[in-house]
Design a protein around this ligand. Structure first.
Ligand code: 5AD
Ligand code: SF4
Length: 442
C-alpha cells in the first residue's frame, strides 16, 4: 500500500484543506505515514501570509529534496497559498517538485496521482469550492466547515486575495446538509471557515442567505452544541449576527474581531474600510447584547508609516476593549501587495520590536484581568483530551474559547461543567463540578 505524508502551514482553512487532502488520499487507497521519510507521496500545504511562513516551508522543502534524491519514485507535491503565489515558478526554482496546486484544489491532486503523467504539473485556476471530499478529522467530535472561498477585500498588506481569488459562497442548503451529516457522524462542534465569514451569502442567486440566517439554520440542528466561526470583518459585523450570539443556544460567546490598528489614519492606509470609532462602536454593540462575550483580535505592528502617535492609539484601543487574547504580528511586506511595494523600514526594526513588546504587555495584562471574571463560576467545557502539562488532568475549551485544564474524569467529546478556580492570561484551571460527577456516577 502506498503511503502519504502531509505537512500543513498556516491557517485553519489550510488545516481543513489538508483534512480533505488526507480524506481524498485515503479514498484512493493510500495510507498515512507517520513521517515524510516513510512516504511515497510527500505533500506540503503552504502559507504565505508573512515572510516567516515562507522561510519555514522552504526549510522543509530542502528535506523533501534529499528524500527525492534518495528515491526518485517518490512524488513531491506543493499546494496552498505559497504555491499559488509563485505558480509555475515553483518548477523552475525546485525542479524536484512533481505537482503544485492552489488552495483548495485537492481534486486536481487526485487527478495527477491517478493519471500516468510523467511530467510535472501545476494547477492554479480559481474554481470556487472544489468538490465534496471526505475530510479526515483530527477529532471525531469537532469539524471545520468551509462556507465560502476567496476574499473581495483589498487590505493593502494582505496576500490572501491574490492566492484565494474572489469570494464565492457555498449554497446554504448544501452547508446545512453537510453539517447534518457531520452531526450524524458524531460531531458536536463546528467552526465555520471563510476569509470574511460575515459577508457570506451576498453572492448567492437566486436567493441570498445572510450569515445570520445561516447561523440560525445550523443552530436548529440538534446534535450540534457549539457553533464557532472565523474570521469576520468588522465592517460586516451587523446587529443580526451579534443577536445570533445572544439568541441562538449553539452560537458560542466568542467573537474574533480583527482590529489590525487602532489608528484611523493607518486603517485607511491598510484599506480596512472602517475607522477606530466605527470599530469601537461595534464592540459596544456586541457588549450591549452579549455582555459576557470573549473578544479576541489580530493586530499588526510597524505598518509602513506607523508613527508613535498611531501606535499609541492601538495601545489605547487594547486598553479600552480588554481583549481576551490577541494575535500580534510585525508587518511583513508581501509580494504583489500594495503595502509590500511601500518602502519597508519606514519603521525601524528596533522600533517594531520595542512596540511589539509594549503591545504584548498591554494585551496580556488585560487578558489576565478579563480572565478573572471566570473564577468562581462553573463553565461548560468540551473535553479535548489530557492536559499538555500534566497527564493526570484533562483539557478542553469553554464556550468563550478559553483553554481549561481541570481534574476529574470525563471522555473526549463530552461537555461537562467545570468549577473554575484559577485564571491566567492564557488558560483557566478548575475541577469537574461535583454535581456533574455525582449525576454521571448514578
Ligand atoms: N504582515 C503582518 N501580518 C499580516 N497579517 C496579514 N498579512 C500580514 C502582513 N503582511 C495578519 C493580519 C491578519 C492575520 C491572519 O495575519 O493581522 O488578520
Ligand atoms: Fe496562509 Fe492566509 Fe493562505 Fe491561510 S489564507 S494559508 S493564513 S496565506
Amino acid at each position: 500500500m502506498k503511503r502519504y505524508h502531509v505537512t500543513t502551514f498556516g491557517c485553519q482553512m489550510n488545516e481543513h484543506d489538508s483534512e480533505r487532502m488526507k480524506g481524498m488520499l485515503d479514498s484512493l487507497g493510500y495510507a498515512e505515514a507517520a513521517a515524510a521519510e516513510e512516504a511515497d507521496v510527500i505533500l506540503f500545504n503552504t502559507c504565505s501570509i508573512r515572510e516567516k511562513a515562507d522561510s519555514r516551508f522552504l526549510a522543509h522543502l530542502g528535506h523533501a529534496k534529499r528524500l527525492k534524491l534518495a528515491d526518485p519514485t517518490r512524488v513531491v507535491g506543493v499546494g496552498g497559498c505559497w504555491a499559488q503565489s509563485v505558480k509555475d515558478e515553483v518548477f523552475e526554482r525546485f525542479p524536484f517538485v512533481d505537482v503544485a496546486f492552489g488552495p483548495g484544489q485537492v481534486h486536481k491532486l487526485a487527478e495527477f496521482l491517478t493519471s500516468d503523467s510523467l511530467t510535472a504539473q501545476g494547477f492554479f485556476e480559481f474554481e470556487g469550492f472544489t468538490g465534496h471530499l471526505p475530510g479526515k478529522r483530527a477529532r471525531e467530535f469537532q469539524a471545520w466547515v468551509q462556507i465560502s472561498v476567496g476574499c473581495n477585500m483589498a487590505c493593502s498588506y494582505c496576500i490572501v486575495p491574490s492566492t484565494r481569488g474572489r469570494e464565492v459562497s457555498r449554497p446554504a442548503d448544501e452547508l446545512v446538509e453537510e453539517v447534518r451529516a457531520l452531526a450524524a457522524d458524531g460531531v458536536r462542534e463546528v467552526t465555520l471557515l471563510g476569509q470574511n465569514v460575515n459577508s457570506y451569502g451576498r453572492d448567492l442567486r437566486p436567493t441570498r442567505t445572510s450569515f445570520a440566517e445561516l447561523l440560525e439554520r445550523l443552530d436548529a440542528i440538534d446534535a450540534i452544541k457549539r457553533i464557532r466561526y472565523t474570521s469576520p470583518h468588522p465592517k460586516d459585523m451587523r446587529e443580526d449576527v451579534i443577536l445570533a450570539h445572544a439568541q441562538l443556544p449553539s452560537v458560542c460567546e466568542h467573537i474574533h474581531l480583527p482590529l489590525q490598528s487602532g489608528s484611523s489614519r493607518i486603517l485607511k492606509a491598510m484599506r480596512r474600510t472602517y475607522t477606530r470609532e466605527r470599530y469601537l462602536d461595534r464592540v459596544a454593540l456586541i457588549r450591549e447584547h452579549v455582555p459576557d462575550v470573549a473578544i479576541t483580535t489580530d493586530i499588526i505592528v510597524g505598518f509602513p508609516g506607523e508613527t508613535e502617535a498611531d501606535f499609541a492609539q492601538t495601545l489605547e484601543v487594547c486598553e479600552d476593549v480588554g481583549y481576551d487574547s490577541a494575535f500580534t504580528f510585525v508587518f511583513s511586506p508581501r509580494r504583489g501587495t500594495e503595502a509590500g511595494a511601500l518602502a519597508d523600514g519606514l519603521v525601524a526594526h528596533e522600533e517594531k520590536v520595542e512596540r511589539m513588546q509594549r503591545l504584548v504587555e498591554v494585551v496580556q495584562r488585560r487578558a489576565a484581568e478579563r480572565a478573572q471574571r471566570f473564577v468562581g463560576r462553573s463553565l461548560d467545557v468540551l473535553v479535548e483530551g489530557t492536559s499538555r502539562t500534566d497527564a493526570s488532568r484533562l483539557r478542553g475549551r469553554s464556550r468563550h474559547n478559553k483553554a481549561v485544564n481541570f481534574s476529574g474524569l470525563a471522555a473526549p467529546g463530552e461537555i461537562v461543567p467545570v468549577q473554575i478556580t484559577g485564571a491566567t492570561s492564557q488558560t483557566l484551571s478548575g475541577e469537574l463540578s461535583l454535581l456533574a460527577a455525582a449525576s454521571r456516577g448514578r
